[in-house]
Design a protein around this ligand. Structure first.
Ligand code: COI
Length: 355
């Protein structure tokens, strides 16, 4: 058992009043969780402190060689006032895979859960109440050893911060426009695309900024070698509905194993909606569009939940999907998922964990 020391703020800060317009990820709660790691001591000194800047050496290895991993999950408030986490065991499994890939130490599940539950419980007043809002939990780990030789750091800090959030995209549940990226590559098999490491997101920024300048919310990445097979969108996995069947790229070693992706597949199987996880080429999507059988497209992610895609821009052509409207399956999956997350619908065993 880890004994978490708690230092509370003297005066709690004002919480945002306007829950309808919460930006994504720029407001933080009163407290944060921190725990230190040293090679000889293991994980020690877990503590909750007032949310604050941290002091770290400019030679800390995270700044030079990028050992940084993170997770994202949400806490939801039910109508009866309970606080529910959605499938948090998936996040502990995944952060440890990410750590393994970057030669960082594993986090014991008890430390992850005890830290998270204690922190969320302490700051639960920050959990917004309005529909479409949640408390976003951002666990992350960084290499802290001051050292400039290239090797794994010998010291780390694992932290957790909380942010009350609304929808990830400013479009809300309005379908977003996505640019199919043909020039830049996000990753290749054997790289780090299948784990949640900071570097993946750094690599995506250039393409995303170029797409945003011309009105596209995100980019759709193709495989890094042939630029032919669909992989994922920067902050979401992607699904297409073609002739009633849902298809999504198979986890091929360079795609993130999204918790929402897995949840959508499970829900569809329960409803007898056919789902295929397989290699999908961009030509296949274009051909389906030309034949008028590309019915819906949506992205999935913790931050984005289920986000309809209304337009795919492929070279010079814009593929307008479902007349740019949210599709029936997308909309019903969204309602079911949010229903489970907020405790209005009973989901599969173990999906909701009460704080
Ligand atoms: C999430 O969906 O939680 C993510 O981590 C995506 C993004 C905000 C980086």
């Amino acid at each position: 058992m880890f004994d978490i020391q708690i230092t509370q703020v003297e005066i709690r800060r004002m919480r945002p009043e306007d829950e309808q317009n919460l930006p994504f990820g720029s407001i933080f709660t009163d407290h944060m969780f921190i725990v230190d790691y040293e090679e000889n001591l293991g994980w020690h000194n877990p503590r909750i402190v007032p949310y604050q800047d941290i002091s770290i050496s400019p030679a800390a290895m995270v700044f030079h060689y990028g050992q940084a991993v993170f997770e994202g999950l949400k806490a939801y408030r039910t109508h009866s006032g309970k606080v529910l986490l959605f499938r948090p065991n998936k996040n502990i499994e995944r952060i440890n895979l990410s750590c393994e890939r970057l030669c960082m130490p594993q986090i014991p599940a008890t430390l992850f859960f005890d830290g998270m539950k204690t922190l969320v419980d302490l700051d639960k007043d920050w959990l917004p109440k309005s529909e479409g809002t949640a408390l976003y939990i951002r666990p992350f780990m960084i290499a802290t050893e001051p050292h400039l030789g290239v090797r794994p750091s010998k010291t780390y800090q694992f932290m957790m911060i909380l942010s009350p959030v609304g929808t990830y995209y400013q479009e809300g549940l309005e379908p977003i426009k996505i640019w199919v990226e043909k020039n830049y590559a996000r990753t290749v098999k054997g790289g780090i695309g299948n784990v949640k490491v900071a570097g993946n997101y750094a690599a995506s920024l250039k393409s995303q900024s170029e797409a945003q300048k011309i009105g596209y919310a995100q980019v759709l990445w193709l495989d890094g070698i042939e630029k032919k097979y669909i992989e994922e969108v920067g902050s979401m996995n992607i699904f297409f509905k073609i002739q009633g069947k849902l298809i999504t790229p198979i986890l091929n070693g360079s795609i993130l194993n999204g918790v929402t992706r897995d949840s959508v597949i499970t829900l569809c199987k329960q409803r007898n909606v056919a789902v295929e996880e397989r290699q999908i080429s961009i030509e296949e999507i274009k051909a389906a569009y030309d034949q008028g059988i590309l019915e819906e497209c949506f992205g999935t992610g913790t931050a984005a939940v289920i986000s309809p895609v209304g337009e795919l821009r492929l070279d010079d052509e814009s593929l307008l999907i479902n007349q740019g409207e949210i599709g029936d399956l997308t909309s019903s999956l969204y309602d079911t998922l949010i229903g489970i997350q907020t405790g209005q619908i009973v989901g599969p065993a173990g999906w909701s964990v009460e704080i």
